[in-house]
Design a binder for this molecule. Structure first.
Ligand SMILES: [Zn+2]
Length: 225
């Protein structure tokens, strides 16, 4: 089975060779090219951990701008699902640094069934799968998006975004008593993560920590949202 998997992987790599998620240069390994690795905007030690509402923490290694923004838009809206592998590795590293030993289960902020059908995949789930590979585990679905609300990106104010994600998610009973790492692609105002975390706490989660690939530059500072 392992051989078959490797064979399929090599075959897929011939058709879809791994590309650097930031500059789209073809690589002979799934990852980030050295030039982008040196140049991409990082949040840095000081701002890689951000406090969202009610003390909820979000770890994010990169700033949501320039080539990072382009890479995430390709992942989300232009079918570039394969870039979840290198992008998820950034989450694994950052979450590992901040949260080592503090979570037992990994889950993600899901898209609705309708959006999943249209897109063919859930980008946050793929990121969670990639991050989990670094920890030799698999993510567990603990949330469902039960209301197909308008995209957060179309809303202007933090209050509009917060209202837009109310009662949108439902949690699995398995969330009870768990220390959960919740993964998303981007953290802007943090309202999607906060809404998912609230839903998990309502279901009895012991703790929730968040991690995303990127965070908006404006709000990486503590308490500035
Ligand atoms: Zn590159």
């Amino acid at each position: 089975m392992k051989m078959l998997k490797n064979f399929l992987e090599s075959l897929l790599n011939l058709v879809y060779p791994p590309k650097c998620p930031f500059c789209e240069r073809i690589l002979d390994y799934p990852g980030t090219c050295p030039a982008c690795d040196a140049a991409i905007p990082r949040t840095g030690d000081e701002f890689s951990l951000r406090e969202l509402e009610n003390g909820l923490l979000c770890a994010a290694p990169l700033r949501y701008e320039g080539t990072v923004r382009d890479a995430l838009l390709r992942l989300k809206f232009h079918g570039r699902a394969s870039s979840a592998v290198p992008l998820g590795a950034f989450i694994a590293q950052c979450a590992g640094e901040h949260y080592s030993g503090k979570f037992d289960v990994v889950t993600w902020t899901p898209v609705s069934r309708k959006r999943f059908k249209k897109r063919g995949y859930d980008q946050a789930e793929l990121l969670a799968r990639s991050a989990c590979q670094s920890w030799n585990t698999k993510p567990v679905r603990l949330l469902w998006k039960v209301k197909d609300n308008p995209a957060q990106s179309g809303l202007e104010t933090a209050a509009q975004r917060r209202a837009n994600v109310q009662d949108v998610y439902k949690a699995a009973p398995e969330a009870r008593g768990q220390r959960i790492l919740l993964i998303d692609d981007i953290c802007t105002t943090g309202s999607t993560l906060a809404s998912c975390a609230r839903t998990l706490f309502d279901a009895g989660a012991a703790s929730v920590l968040c991690a995303s690939v990127a965070s908006t530059g404006k709000s990486v500072e503590f308490g500035k949202e």
